[in-house]
Design a protein around this ligand. Sequence first.
Ligand SMILES: [Zn+2]
Length: 421
Amino acid sequence: MNRVLFRDVSIIDGAGRPAFPGEVLVEGNRIAAIAPRGTALAAGEAEIVEGRGATLMPGLCEPHAHPSFVNTETMEALGAIPPEEHTLLTAKFALQLLDAGFTSIHSAASAKPRLDLVVRNAINAGDLPGPRMLAASPEMTVTGGLGDVRLHHLHRDTFGYVCDGEEEFRRAARLFVREGVDTLKINPSGDEGVASARAWQTVMTDAEVAAVCAVARTREKRVAAHARSAEAVKMSLRHGVEIVYHATLADEEALDMLEAAKDRVFVCPTLGITWAALNLPRPGRGPMPAGTRATLERELEQGAANMRSLLKRGVRVMPGGDYGFAFNPIPENARDLQHFVELLGMTPLQAIASATKWGGEIMQRPGELGLVREGWLADLLLVDGDPVTDIRILRDRARLRAIMKDGRFHKRPPSPGIGPA
Ligand SMILES: [Zn+2]
């Protein structure tokens, strides 16, 4: 059996408790034992990794991943990629996420119906390297909603799958379930930058949301909603949506409803994309109009205030910032942990727990994924330095000395020793 002993490491368990010095033994794909420093684990023959004080922590989870959004400058450019090339690119970006320390990704939409699920299947079969992955459908959206980039005289595609009326939504949901997605994605609200469906507008009807949720319920799938407006959040919760993306413009009633559903729902505000739009260069997009800037600044402020309120109420608020566009590219995803510290006032340990402990839960592996704990799955990062002192070091791939997924090194530590422990 595969046995690896991490010696002299500072252990961040991912549950929020302070780091402690110790050693960790991995056997097969599980964490077999954890001991404080000085208590030699009777390991027998094992591969030995001398940590020399480096941090050992759970692998990260990206709960709003878009491996098929391949850093294009525009939404239309994404639609113009043929399926074969697009499949290869999706595999490439899934691998980039694992290289960046994300051992699990929960997709928040696939740009074409089968991209996510084909790559997920290839990873699970051992044909391609990549993170643990849950696959999503494209974004089911109404005519004129986020993701509908057609013009009256011209067909154009992006990540949207346009449906109108409950029959069309039901048929699309059944189609994506048939193909094998884990998550059905709907766009009940608009988004800033979509002229015909703004962020505060709710564009799907109750009947349309209900139709998708009913398909999900009978087929044991989950629904994720792009819900920026207060009404889109409420509509999603009324019908059983489990993953609420954004909730940036939620009002008091919507926050109360999220609190009431806190054992079921996950909320990911995706602060990263709004922050990037305001603060980073926008290749191919030109300068941002002043009105748009003011609207986005307000949304970032209200979104952060909403998340602080939800965290106090015990709601699982997770990072994940809609990375996958030229101005907010994969694999910069760990920047969201920094936003959680700087914009939400979390401690670095809390921000890490939101991406690890809750990560295992959104991946539907509660009790076995997301913590450094005996008996749990060995998805581990060996990090040069202390992310509690400076959360930004998790953005630096050179500091990831080792990446282990399911007990196997994806990235080996430099010159490990092998011998009796
Ligand atoms: Zn997204």
